[in-house]
Design a protein around this ligand. Structure first.
Ligand code: GLV
Ligand code: MN
Ligand code: MN
Length: 424
């Protein structure tokens, strides 16, 4: 077992995150959406770091940067190489913090760099993956880049458009990617031994427990449902209140209904959010005739989540009808609760244990690429304490020593990594 300088690893992580955070679509805040020029700049920086850490690098059809650290005795161009996958994402929300996603990529690179510095190869290769579409804030897709690696990319996603009307297909081409290459992005199940991700917790549990790291047991399931309400535009000064078909008022009641439904299911840790809304025609003195919003509904168990969505759809129809409006729904994301593999959880916990830590187990309410990677292979996650539990916010913060502990845990985990024997 090698000795590890946790403080140095934490400081390295912090410096790399600062450098990545400087790449933004907006001058005064961090916003880096999928397939933007800034995504490309971040991808280049990550590829450069991977190369400096001793990896060969490649970009797949969805723009995922893939660093490959060869296994002991690996021949160049070998057909099938067993590999441990370590990854996270480099896209961000609008006005983001600098840890969400990027931390996992940086930890993977620093762990590989450690082995390269020692001249050490494992009996398996290590692939570090930097995905580009985890947040799903640009196109009506979520986890499309990890889904491509998992062989679960849906071709219909290519037709989804962003708010400027640009399709995913066109954005890929503008970025320099070829949609025809998507099937080749899929990894083989025989090669993928496991997928592991380090991520900031994005909640308050670890801080409350006064511990730097936690091991995730499962990721909550999630719906994203686009709701479109059509009413009747009219003059704000002349149409009496009782004679209006105001699409925005109908939408407002629907959002409150979603809140009430989620609040009624604390046992399933259910949460409902509307963070994006469009109102047309969008003039001060015109009654809105068209509203579109996306309901993000999550729960720790799938049955109550499905029941809650049904309940919401029925309630929304009734609320629309009561205001003389029409409503239509499109659920474009339905991701089941994803369980982290117990054997991987235990090996991550053992890695932390070797540093004298005893990480608690916790559920993730946030979505992660592991949900898509679960279609390919077993996965697990290591969470890092998050200041105040604040995330998707520039105040998001993790300390250098906590991040150093995460890199060190990942290194110990890799040193002792043992995939379970597979049935022939
Ligand atoms: C991603 O961070 C999500 O949970 O929406
Ligand atoms: Mn994330
Ligand atoms: Mn996020």
């Amino acid at each position: 077992m090698t000795s590890l300088d946790i403080d140095r690893l934490g400081r390295r992580a912090e410096a790399m995150l600062d450098e990545l955070a400087a790449i933004s679509e907006e001058p005064d805040r961090l916003t880096r959406r999928f397939l933007t020029p800034e995504h490309k700049r971040a991808a280049h920086l990550v590829a450069q770091w991977m190369a400096e850490a001793g990896m060969t690098t490649a970009e797949d059809a969805l723009g995922t940067v893939r660093g490959h650290y060869a296994m002991a005795g690996e021949e160049a161009g070998a057909n099938s190489v067993p590999r441990l996958l370590i990854g996270s994402h480099i896209d961000t929300v609008i006005n983001a913090g600098k840890y969400d996603g990027m931390l996992g990529v940086v930890c993977g690179i620093l762990a590989v760099e450690h082995f390269r510095d020692l001249g050490r190869r494992m009996p398996f290769a290590i692939d570090v993956l930097a995905f580009g579409d985890e947040e799903g804030v640009r196109f009506p897709t979520v986890l499309s880049s990890s889904a491509a690696v998992a062989g679960a990319f849906e071709p219909s996603w290519l037709d989804g458009r962003d708010r400027d009307g640009v399709s995913l297909r066109d954005a890929m081409q503008a970025y320099g990617l070829d949609p025809a290459g998507i099937p080749a992005a899929a990894m083989s199940r025989d090669e993928a031994l496991a997928y592991v991700e380090v991520h900031i917790e994005q909640g308050p549990v670890l801080e409350h427990a006064d511990v730097p790291l936690g091991v995730v047991t499962s990721i909550a399931g999630q719906f994203r449902t686009r709701v479109t309400i059509t009413g009747m535009a009219g003059h704000a000064g002349t149409v009496p209140m009782g004679l209006r078909q105001d699409a925005l008022l109908a939408a407002s009641e629907m959002m409150l209904a979603a809140e009430a439904i989620a609040k009624a299911h604390p046992e399933a840790s259910m949460v409902a959010t509307v963070g994006q809304i469009g109102v047309k025609p969008g003039a001060i003195n015109v009654i809105p005739d068209r509203v579109e919003f996306v309901l993000d509904l999550r729960a720790a168990a799938d049955a109550p989540r499905h029941k809650a969505l049904d309940q919401f759809l029925r309630k929304a129809e009734a609320l629309a009808a009561a205001r003389g409006c029409a409503v239509a729904f499109e659920t474009y994301h339905d991701c089941p609760t994803a369980a982290c593999a117990p054997w991987l959880q235990d090996q991550l916990a053992a890695g932390a244990g070797s540093l004298g830590l005893n990480p608690p187990r916790l559920v993730s309410g946030a979505g992660h690429d592991g949900q898509a990677m679960a279609r390919l292979t077993d996965f697990a996650m290591l969470f890092v304490r998050c200041k105040g539990g604040i995330s998707h916010n520039p105040l998001e913060s993790a300390t250098a020593p906590d991040m150093g502990a995460a890199v060190a845990t990942l290194i110990r985990f890799i040193e002792d990594f043992r995939p379970p024997a597979r049935a022939a």
